[in-house]
Design a protein around this ligand. Structure first.
Ligand code: AMP
Ligand code: MG
Length: 512
């Protein structure tokens, strides 16, 4: 007779094992591509670097032991002051359409892909250090990132993740005493971010516009092999991949619209082939609802206004389609027809994703004709009253009479009453006709209408405390707050209020 085997003993096998920085499973496949794809550089550490924050949740994604963030040599390792075995730092080359104009060579001008990690579940993660110094692609830039923009990116990637919106993640941020010159003197900082890859629409554009079709084909095959392996056997793998990118991009932008997120610089070099949000710069969440809100003060023409984002998504996908044409088919006419067909799916994919989210935000389960109009009419009312986007939907999620405050906000009470009557009628058609059912509706709506978003003024307060007093506690508080944006968080109510008056004077631009 043997000894009985107990399942409970096996519960914590090595599958859960977390690594030290040296033990991470690096698999640097991008570095193995020919030199045309990248340029090798070492990071340039900053003067008197100090850790600001370390993201435990992000660490777990790459199977890194969160305690590693406490190592005294942590920053030395990631900034190259001490060798980090397994890494092979390089700047990636790419092009892109910036504000509609093609720029033939951009590339990582202030970032380095330190290495790529493959987890036990075969998930790939790029570790990218931003603000790491000059590269071959720095052009007129200094290769640096400043504390202000680094904190904004760090907080926003966590906020988006909390909202369930695909995004790059950020593992850590750190500051320094090194002056960096922008509109005024700031200090240098860096952020380590993570994404399945940093392949952008513009990465393909670079090789296409250089007429380097062999390299383009290499990049296409590489991308499919590592990131779309389920398409390897497809008759037209790159075309199939493009169709997936069309879908993921449409769904991503529908999600942005549903939480009032404005990216601010939707250039084709800031669009990821993974359909994730990337490159947080002059982004902003809507406060008062304005369809044409422009969050980036450098965007004088309003190209990337909130209501233009869906259209800009399609523009960028067309740029990508153009660059991929030679990989779609040998015959140009056929390639164009295939690209056009794939692009034509975008409006319907976006509309469907949007409509699904609108229904959820309004608390409807069964789809009915006219749901779109109910949502859009509410937006018209909100715009007329300058209602806060987030708080309006949160208030609408409340049960019964708790919603009464909504009415008081509206200037045109008759129009609001008419809309609300129609809305209640629509809810009744769902069977939400008693208190218990209404509470169910409320609970459900609160899982899609966040209570807490990262408003500009919140990031600004965290930045000021960090910059002026080396106090990083507000960053920590916001990271915790934004991890669960849908939950009621007693004690954090102040973050759910409408923004203070001074928030209106805050301006964010491309300078970072
Ligand atoms: P972004 O607006 O951050 O998406 O950057 C657009 C392009 O400018 C990218 O190629 C960046 O690498 C480059 N870039 C932005 N800021 C700097 C900088 N301070 N130094 C060097 N390159 C930069
Ligand atoms: Mg960028």
């Amino acid at each position: 007779m043997g000894v009985p085997v107990k399942a409970s003993v096996a519960a914590n096998w090595s599958f859960d094992r977390l690594h030290s920085l040296e033990q991470l499973n690096f698999d640097n496949v991008y570095a193995a591509l020919p030199p045309i794809f990248h340029s090798r550089h070492s990071p340039e550490a900053l003067e008197n670097q100090f850790l600001i924050h370390f993201n435990h949740e992000a660490a777990r994604l790459i199977e890194l032991d969160p305690d590693q963030g406490r190592r005294t040599d942590f920053l030395d390792l990631i900034t190259g002051l001490k060798p980090w075995p397994g890494t092979d730092p390089l700047a990636m080359c790419y092009a892109g359409h910036q504000f509609g104009q093609f720029v033939p060579r951009l590339g990582d001008g202030r970032a380095l892909l330190l290495g790529q990690i493959k987890t036990r579940a075969a998930q790939r993660w790029d570790l990218q250090l931003k603000g790491s110094g000059l590269t071959r692609y720095s052009r007129q830039g200094d290769g640096k990132a400043v504390l202000r923009s680094t904190i904004r990116e760090y907080l926003c990637s966590a906020a988006m993740h909390g909202l369930g919106i695909p995004t790059t993640h950020a593992l850590t941020i750190f500051g320094s005493d090194q002056p960096v010159y922008r509109e005024r003197i700031e200090t240098g900082a860096m952020i380590m971010r993570m994404a399945p890859s940093h392949i952008r629409f513009g990465t393909f554009e670079y090789y296409f516009y250089q007429n380097r079709y062999r390299d383009l084909a290499k990049l296409g095959a590489f991308t499919v092999a590592h990131y779309f392996p389920h398409l390897k056997q497809h008759k037209h793998p790159v075309l199939a991949m493009f169709s997936e990118v069309v879908k993921s991009t449409a769904e991503l932008i529908a999600k942005w619209q549903s939480v009032g997120f404005c990216h601010g610089v939707m250039n084709s070099d800031n669009m990821s082939i993974h359909g994730i949000t990337i490159d947080y710069g002059p982004f902003g969440f809507l406060d008062a609802y304005r369809a044409g809100h422009v969050c980036n003060h450098s965007d004088h023409g309003g190209r990337y206004a909130f209501d233009q984002q869906p259209r800009m998504g399609l523009f960028n996908l067309s740029c990508l389609a153009q660059a991929l044409l030679p990989l779609f088919d040998d015959q140009p006419e056929r390639a164009v027809a295939q690209a056009t067909h794939a692009l034509e799916q975008y409006p319907a994919l976006f509309d469907q994703a949007c409509l699904d989210l609108k229904r959820k935000k309004l608390g409807f389960e069964k789809p009915l004709d006219g749901d779109d109009e109910i949502y859009d009419e509410l937006l018209v009312l909100m715009e007329a009253t300058q209602s806060d986007f987030t708080n309006t939907f949160r208030l609408l999620s409340e049960p019964g009479d708790k919603r009464a405050a909504l009415r008081d906000q509206h200037l045109n009470i008759d129009a609001f009453d008419q809309w609300f009557g129609r809305y209640l009628g629509r809810l009744e058609s769902e069977g939400y006709d008693n208190d218990k059912r209404d509470q169910t509706r409320s609970n459900k709506m609160k899982t899609v209408n966040p209570k807490y978003i990262l408003r500009n003024y919140m990031a600004e307060n965290a930045i000021r405390a960090a910059r002026d007093e080396q106090d990083f506690s507000e960053i920590d508080r916001l990271m915790k707050l934004l991890e669960s944006p849908f939950d009621e968080q007693p004690g954090n109510e102040k973050y759910a209020a409408n923004p203070p008056g001074w928030a209106e004077r805050l301006s964010v631009s491309c300078s970072s």
